[in-house]
Design a protein around this ligand. Structure first.
Ligand SMILES: [Zn+2]
Length: 281
């Protein structure tokens, strides 16, 4: 069976920003994935990135890198579009230093463009970033994320189409975002299954071999996501049906928790899988 990996988004607070302590905490908790949060820009030095990579390899923690929130490949401003491409290119360059195989990012908000125009602009920008990276032998996957706001670029259809048309990309399925943008649409097993089989049919092994999930509870309005909440409480989505599918299908996703206490969310998700598999023995 493929291994499912669980871990937090960002350094745990108790680590006080010390990489050595981060990996100790993960080891103690029995977690084996980490999404490095460069969400306010990549401020790390190459030396520090290499230290993270070394520690990750030593502790068998699978790394991903979340690029800056203010990337907007569909901005009206050419300057912001150029800067966004440069930020992604830099993230791709840093990823291998920290042993990360994926760069997660939000493609952008519409910024006055209509959805078709935004799609074209984002696709062209990603192709350009990809080609620049390919020329330097960089094989890190670009992982555009399902967006939590309805107006942002990043429906399941948009992310599928983007991944279909740009080489070296995979979806980041943020289940909380999907739940929020579909007005609470993740209710049962079939809701999860249709998303997974849709991506699998379109992207095949590229998707199945590189499944990347974000999980958390979420509150939302008709315009989409409001805030991230713990898992397993009164907020949806309930991820048990998802974990059941993962277990039955033998999928091996990396599950990154974006709950207010990401370590707890990661442990909760891992616990669901362990309980299921223990009861199936
Ligand atoms: Zn996310």
């Amino acid at each position: 069976m493929t291994m499912v990996r669980f871990g937090p988004a960002g350094y745990p607070e108790e680590s006080r920003g010390k990489p050595e302590r981060v990996f100790e905490i993960l080891r103690e908790a029995g977690l084996n994935a980490l999404e490095f949060a460069a969400v306010y820009g990549l401020r790390s030095t190459e030396e520090r990135a290499r230290l993270v990579g070394k520690l990750a390899n030593e502790s068998d923690v699978s790394m991903s890198l979340h690029a800056a929130y203010y990337i907007n490949l569909a901005s009206k401003s050419a300057e912001i579009r150029e800067r966004s491409k440069a930020r992604l290119t830099k993230a791709l360059r840093f990823a291998p230093l920290m042993a990360a195989k994926r760069v997660v990012f939000h493609p952008g908000t519409m910024g006055g463009l209509d959805r078709d125009e935004a799609y074209r602009v984002i696709k062209d920008a990603l192709r350009e970033v990809r080609e620049t990276a390919d020329r330097s032998g960089n094989d890190i996957l670009l992982a555009p994320e399902i967006a939590g706001k309805v107006r942002a670029f990043g429906s399941v259809e948009e992310i599928t189409r983007l991944c279909n048309e740009v080489e070296g990309t995979i979806p980041t399925i943020d289940w909380a975002h999907l739940h929020a943008r579909s007005n609470g649409g993740l209710k049962d097993r079939n809701n999860y299954l249709s998303v997974l089989t849709g991506f699998e049919n379109d992207l095949g092994a590229r998707f199945v071999d590189n499944m990347h999930f974000h999980v958390s509870g979420v509150t939302f309005t008709e315009s989409g996501e409001s805030s991230h909440k713990p898992l397993g409480g009164k907020w949806g989505p309930d991820i048990l049906p998802l974990i059941e599918i993962v277990s039955e299908a033998g999928y091996g996703p990396t599950v990154i928790s974006e709950t207010p206490n990401p370590i707890r969310g990661a442990l909760y998700s891992k616990f669901l899988l362990e309980e299921l598999e223990a009861s199936n023995k």
